[in-house]
Design a protein around this ligand. Sequence first.
Ligand code: ATP
Length: 597
Amino acid sequence: MNAVPADSDTLAGSTWAVLRRGFAVMPEIREGLALTITLAMAGGFGKLAIPVLIQLLFDQGLSSGHLDTGLLLRLGALVAVVVVGTTLINWLSLVRLASASERALCGLRVGAFAHVHRLSVAYHSAETRGKLVSRVTSDVETLSQFLQWGGVAWVVNGAAMLAALVGMAYYDLWLTLVVVVLIVPLVVLIVVLTKRLGVAHSAVRSRVADLLTVLSETIQGAAVIRAYGITAPSLRRTRSTIHRWRDTKTRAGYLGGVLFSLAELFAAIVVVGVVAVGLAIGPSGGHTAGELVAFLLLVTVFLGPVTQFTQVIDYTQNAAAGWRRVLALLDIAEDVAEPADGRQLPSGPPAVAVREVTFGYPDAAPALTDVSFEVPAGRQVVLVGATGSGKTTLTKLIARLADPDQGVVLIGGVDVREIATASLRSRVVVVPQDPFLFDTTIEENVRYGRPSATRADIERAFRDLGAGAFLDSLPRGLDTPVGQRGESLSAGERQLVALARAHLADPACLILDEATSAVDPRIELTLIEALRRLTAGRTSLTVAHRLATAERADEVIVLDGGRLVERGRHDELFAAGGVYAGLYDSWRRATAGGAAA
Ligand SMILES: Nc1ncnc2c1ncn2[C@@H]1O[C@H](COP(=O)(O)OP(=O)(O)OP(=O)(O)O)[C@@H](O)[C@H]1O
């Protein structure tokens, strides 16, 4: 079958190769497939028995003009048994296919979803969420019709056509040749149109991904869109993406329709051709009425799958287009792979060392170049730098959300690439700038830190951090719902919930990215105290946006344009009058201005 031009989101190769690989990654569909195909074949062959029985009815039951009632009844009963048996067998094979297909789709969705989670932040940054969602949902869904019937239809219909052809040849070789000659142009047209259909279905899959990207962006950014009065351009963008999707889908539908209609047309031509040739040959052909009726019925049995095939081709090309995208996703190597014999981190606060680290996001200049420093065990070090200087990127490398292009990150003296992920995640906890909260209560959000924690543990986590008053100020306390992404809470409150979550996890090493958004002074004081208590006795690396945090740190590391340019204590760096002193002055002026305003 045809090869579809590849793009970066899509697996290249012929449809056949894609289908083979697709089946290989879905073991569930192969379970019991032999029995299902046998049942489907039996159902198909049941249909073939009917023309033969009808021929017998005509030729034996009505022989020499008189009615053989006994034979007629026996043959009639046999036809009824065959029809009921065939229906039951067909039903059973369809049920088996549907359940195997749902199991396989479920397995593929879960597998693709798990794979996305194993990919590094570098991949996540490069790929839009809409595209990822479309791979796990709608791209996988395209396989449904193919798996439920389309795949097996190739085998069953092919066998039924072959059997019908043999049956027809048994009754009349020349008439069978007429059928074959008349059907050849259709086969040629099918081959040509199938290629175009494959390209059209691939385009539909790409447009669906675009659509999900635009929709998820416009829904998530609804507040910004309204605030800036850009509803009209945003609607235009959404509308044009929907229109592009509609156009590609219409083209695929049009080609599918042409294919189906051509098959119907050729089916009619074949029947007319057979009748015309049959009449032309006339009684000299030497066939009984029963044989002619049986031949015509066999022609319809032969043509049924031909028209079905056009639909099956449509399902197949649609499935191949979806599979290309899902398989391309599964083919992305896990760039933060689990080490084969993962090492456990030693107990107690670990030292952190960053050695000659260079890292760049895909298709971008390096975000970090040759960065080296150490955080001694149990010390609090602060990272400072202008926006875009690489602070957050550095924290991601230390937490192994991505691996450096060059250099190494050591925790407790062990290369992070050699540490078992479970050990790393339990000992090193990251609190990002804008922590993600799930749409549930404060209690449930904090419990993500330690799933076995009791309600009392969670309440204690807040009180340990000096945030008991915050909890008491909430009318529903721990049961307060936080809304989608925590939008019912202020930025400072979200950070506080994230700190309680980190405290509950009880890590030996903390990586904190301070919230940049302004928080009200009451929460600010609570946050400062919570941070002080949380970092006590632990190794910590804090990205400081409020430079008051740097004043208290054991050491300040200053990044500029992805390079480490200064390090030392606050007083020394301030006195040196370099990059840090400039940043500190700007921060002081900004906070004084903010206070004066
Ligand atoms: N996902 C990404 N894809 C491509 N480039 C990125 C990505 N994230 C960050 N960068 C680039 O990497 C550089 C460092 O970004 P980073 O977020 O680490 O800076 P930062 O110092 O934490 O900034 P801020 O203080 O604003 O949070 C910047 O040039 C930024 O544009």
